[in-house]
Structures are given as C-alpha cells and as structure tokens.
Design a protein. Structure first.
Length: 579
C-alpha cells in the first residue's frame, strides 16, 4: 500500500500529491483524531508500516475503503470480485512467477489493450514492464491485495499456466538427483510415469518441499482438482495445483521410485526412497491410501540437516538447560522425553546423543525409523514384519555391551520392563512416551506394568515439550491483543502488554511465522518426590507437590518466550493445550 497518491512528472520518477490521510478525511472515512492515532502508531513502530496498512490494522477503515479512495483520486477504476471478472485464457500472458511476485492479475484483452488488476496503480514502471513483456498496451485497474491473491489462487491452476519446464528450469540436475531402484515389466501407466514432464514435476515437488523445510508432502486428488500441500512449521499450506489428469501418472511415478505395486490401487501401500540434495542424503517415507477420488499420497521428509541441532539451539531457558544437561550425564537410569507426535522429541534426543557421545562410551539406538545418522553411534531400525520389534531389539542390544541406550518409544509393557531392568543394571536409557505433561510419565510407566518402586529407583528425569511457531524476524511488530485475548493471557499468567506478532511478508509466506522453537517443562524428582512415587501416590498429588515447589509448566515457559518476542500467545495456548 502507498501513503500518497502520486503522478508522473515526466522524468520517470513520481512526485507526491495529496497525503492518503487527508484523502480519507475528505471522504468522511476517518476523522482527524483517527489520523492522529494512526500516525502515532506509525511513530511507535518506527515507521515499519505504511499509513494505509496502519489504518486497516487499527480498523479505522477497511482495505476496500483505502484502495477505492486512492483509485478514485488517481482516476483509476476500482474493481471488486476480480476472480469473477478475470478471463482465465488471458492470465497466461504473464508468467506465474511475475504474477505472484508483483501481485498483479491480467483480467481481459480487448482489441490489443490488456487490462490488469494491480495493488499499486501509481507504480508506472510496473505498467511499462508488463507492456514490454506482453507486447500489448496495458491499462491498470485497482483492486485490494486480498481480492488479487484470492483470484491468483483460484485462477492460476485453471488457466493452464502450469508449465512444468518453466518451474523446473532453475533446478540444476547436479543439485538434485533421485536414487531410483530398478523396475521391470512396466505397464502403459508406468511408461507414462517415466515421461519427462511427470518426472520433472515429481522432482520439482520434492525439491521445493526440501528447500522450504517441509516435513511432509500431501498429494490429494479431489473431484475435479488435484492439490499439493506442504507441512511447514507444523501447518499445512497449498503449494500448487497441477492438472487433475496428471494424478494417476504422479502416483505411479512415486510408486515406481518407492518400489511399490503400481497396479494395486485398492489397498494402502507404504514404501520409501532416497534423494541426494546438495550432496546430502534425504530419506522419504511414502504412504499411499485409496480414496473416493483416487489415491492420496503422503511423503514424510527425513532431512538429517533438521535433526542436527545442538541443545543450545532448541529453545531451552538457561535454568532448564543446566538441569537437563545434569540429567543426561547421569551414569545410569531412565530419562524420558514426552509429547505428542511432531513435538520434536526425536530432535531433542539426537541433540543429547550428539553432545554426550565420546570415544570412551558405546552408544546404541533402536528406532522406528532412523531419522538421522549420528557419527559414532550404533543405530538399528526395527522391522515389525520381520519380527524385529523394540523389545526384541532391546534384548539383543543389551548383549552388545552398551553404556548408553536410546529406545525410540516405550510402547508396551515388555519394552517398559526391559528398559527398567537395563537402567537397574547400570545403563543410561533414553526413550519417549506419549503423555500430556512430564508428571504423567510416572502414571504411564505404572500403567505399562512397571512397579512404582522400580519407577522411583530408575527415573532420573522427564522432559515434556511442544513446538511453537516463531514470529518472523523480517515483519515482527508489537501487537495489542483484544480484551478477550488479554484476559486469557492474564488468567494464564502471561503479560498482555508484551506481545509481538508477524504482520506477514515474503519471507514467511505472509503467515507471520518462520521456524519453530520448543517450549519445555522438566520434571526432576527429588528425594521427597521419589518417596511419593514409590508409595504409589496419585498423579494429582504429584502435581500438587510440584506446584508447591515452583515447578515451571509448559505454558509458563511459553509465556517467557512470548515476553521475549519469540512467539505469540495464540501459539502457546494452542500448543500447551495439546494432549
């Protein structure tokens, strides 16, 4: 958005005419007091936001009011509902990259005049560039950013501008190579799946997902549409929408790469394959599920780069980190990390193993699957189909003279019993559990058949964790929560006066968030708590004892990160309520 309407002075530059604030006052959309408030807000935020954005943020005027006012003053038509106005056969006169970068939308072409919806009609150079690229005379009309972005999402896939060669041309073959297993007796569909366009499209989907730090790729067929979504920072967003007719070939291509049966479409299939990206191996786990409109494909991306963080990089507070380091260097016992799926438990344990791995110790892991290779650590992967389970693998591993063991998850009473016995015989054992909080791990172990006195004898500490999205550092700004949110923050022990948020920019895909950080609670039982555990005290009783001792909960750690400007109250409230 622009702060002034401008006109060409003949030199190619633009000269200021009337300020936006005065234009809005003249049309009765805001008052003088409103303008003063908006200008003061700008000053308080170091002029990081233009006046038009501030007016909308403070809800003094709507986005449409602002853009319509500017359009009228500049003598440019204002268009609403551009998605319905656009002619899909005209959109492809500009490349997808240009449209998305400049947030413009070609609407229609009549007698050599191309009409384009833009957010900033005062940008004369943009109009000239579109005329040069298209070879047509360009007439601009104004539309809101929201309308244009919605139209882009609606029309780009339907406009047949999905040119695979174009989207793949910047990817160097030496940077991205697929390690394929040999396939034989290819059917017609398999032959199509091996054609250049399909191969390039699948490679592009995987390449960009890895580049954007996605943990999963979802390829989802609908009735007349195919969409590809990435899970980035724990949330799904739509990346692209290839032609629906390509779905069968895409699914077959991925099956070939994963050594799956391309003729079988009635039952689920699981497989895996590998890629080399920028010289590092990346594992991809494939799950294919039949559905009403075809097979849905989900690819889990296991990038060793994402698992190679140090403990200092995970988001621990100084006191928690010091206590955690003390626990993970105990000579023996059980150390647990708890939390739901996708809460970063494996990353935390990999960081621990990397830190405590020394030449004089034998470290061994049993995982499902092995998500990252750690030099110097003996890592084994369970294979349930072959009968190589956690419990069976653990028994065998104990005969390998280990000092430190990491078991991917305590899933059953047999594994829980072996882990406890290993700790009693002098081993340090790390593992994970699915519990709501750290104290609940005690109850969970007892429910799995471990006697309370054995839990007390072996448990050294429990770390519960969640992941919250970090505020984007490129568009970070102070925020004023509404009354309801402020009350919620206060009730939960936070400070509503110290809140930051991301306003949205190209670095964070306009989400306001970029990257994730952990929030933690660390349960370290002292002598009194160990006695309570051994005597079989209830979980509620344990929680009461912890609260009296100043135990810091997940949510309290989250509020500290909100106050530090690292995340938002909404993220903490969402993450700390997950079971």
């Amino acid at each position: 958005m622009i702060d002034h309407w401008k006109h060409d002075d003949g030199s190619g530059s633009v000269a200021t005419d009337m300020p936006l604030g005065q234009l809005l006052i003249d049309r009765g959309l805001i008052s003088e007091a409103d303008l003063e408030r908006a200008l003061q807000w700008q000053v308080e935020h170091d002029h990081q936001h233009l006046l038009g954005e501030v007016v909308q943020r403070l809800e003094l005027a709507s986005e449409e009011d602002v853009v319509r006012t500017l359009a009228e003053s500049y003598g440019v038509p204002f268009v609403s509902h551009v998605a319905r106005t656009a002619d899909p056969t005209v959109i492809e006169v500009l490349s997808r990259k240009f449209i998305e970068e400049h947030r413009v939308l070609p609407l229609f072409l009549v007698r050599g005049v191309l009409t384009v919806a833009v957010i900033e009609p005062s940008n004369l150079f943009l109009a000239e560039e579109m005329a040069r690229i298209t070879g047509h005379e360009v007439k601009v009309v104004a539309a809101t950013r929201t309308e244009i972005e919605n139209a882009i999402r609606s029309w780009l896939p339907a406009a047949n501008v999905f040119v695979i060669d174009d989207i793949y041309e910047d990817i160097a073959e030496e940077d991205f190579s697929v390690i394929e297993r040999e396939a034989t007796e290819l059917a017609d569909l398999e032959e199509v799946a091996g054609h250049g366009p399909v191969v390039k499209l699948v490679n592009y989907i995987i390449f960009t997902a890895v580049q954007e730090g996605a943990s999963d790729i979802h390829i989802e067929p609908e009735d007349h549409r195919l969409r590809v979504r990435y899970r980035v920072d724990g949330r799904l967003y739509e990346k692209l929408s290839p032609p629906h007719r390509m779905h069968a070939a895409i699914a077959s291509r991925i099956k070939i790469m994963s050594s799956l049966d391309i003729s079988e479409r009635r039952v689920p299939q699981d497989g895996d394959f590998n890629v080399m990206l920028e010289g590092r191996p990346i594992d991809l786990r494939v799950s294919i599920m039949p559905g009403k409109h075809g097979e849905k494909v989900v690819i889990r991306i296991i990038d060793s780069r994402n698992a190679s963080l140090t403990l200092d990089q995970l988001g621990f507070g100084p006191k928690t980190l010091e206590a955690w380091r003390g626990i993970v260097t105990c000579p023996n016992g059980v150390v647990l990390v708890t939390g739901p799926t996708g809460s970063g438990k494996s990353t935390t344990l990999y960081s621990v193993l990397s830190e405590i791995n020394t030449e004089d110790k034998n470290l061994s892991t049993i995982e499902d699957p092995v998500e990252a290779r750690i030099p110097g650590v003996n890592q084994a992967q369970v294979n349930t189909k072959a009968g190589f389970t956690f419990s069976g693998a653990l028994r065998s591993m104990l005969r390998q003279d280990p000092d430190i063991l990491m078991v991917g998850e305590v899933r059953d009473n047999e594994t829980a019993g072996i882990v406890t016995q290993a700790a009693l015989t002098g081993h340090l054992v790390f593992s994970t559990l699915h519990t709501n909080d750290a104290p609940s791990a005690v109850t969970r172990l007892v429910n799995l058949g471990v006697e309370p006195y054995l839990v007390a004898a072996t448990l050294r500490g429990v770390l519960a964790q969640r992941l919250v999205r970090k505020v984007c550092s490129h568009c970070k700004a102070k925020s004023e929560p509404d009354e309801r949110l402020a009350a919620t923050i206060k009730a939960a022990g936070g400070d509503p006066d110290v809140v930051w948020e991301g306003t949205g920019c190209s670095h964070c895909r306009n989400t306001g968030y970029a990257g994730r950080i952990g929030i933690f609670e660390l349960f370290v039982p002292d002598a009194e708590l160990l006695e309570a555990i051994a005597s079989g005290e209830s979980l509620q009783s344990l929680r009461t004892r912890l609260a009296e001792g100043g135990f810091q909960t997940l949510r309290e750690d989250g509020w500290e990160k909100v106050a530090a400007g690292l995340t938002t109250p909404e993220e903490v409230l969402y993450a700390a309520s997950q079971g």
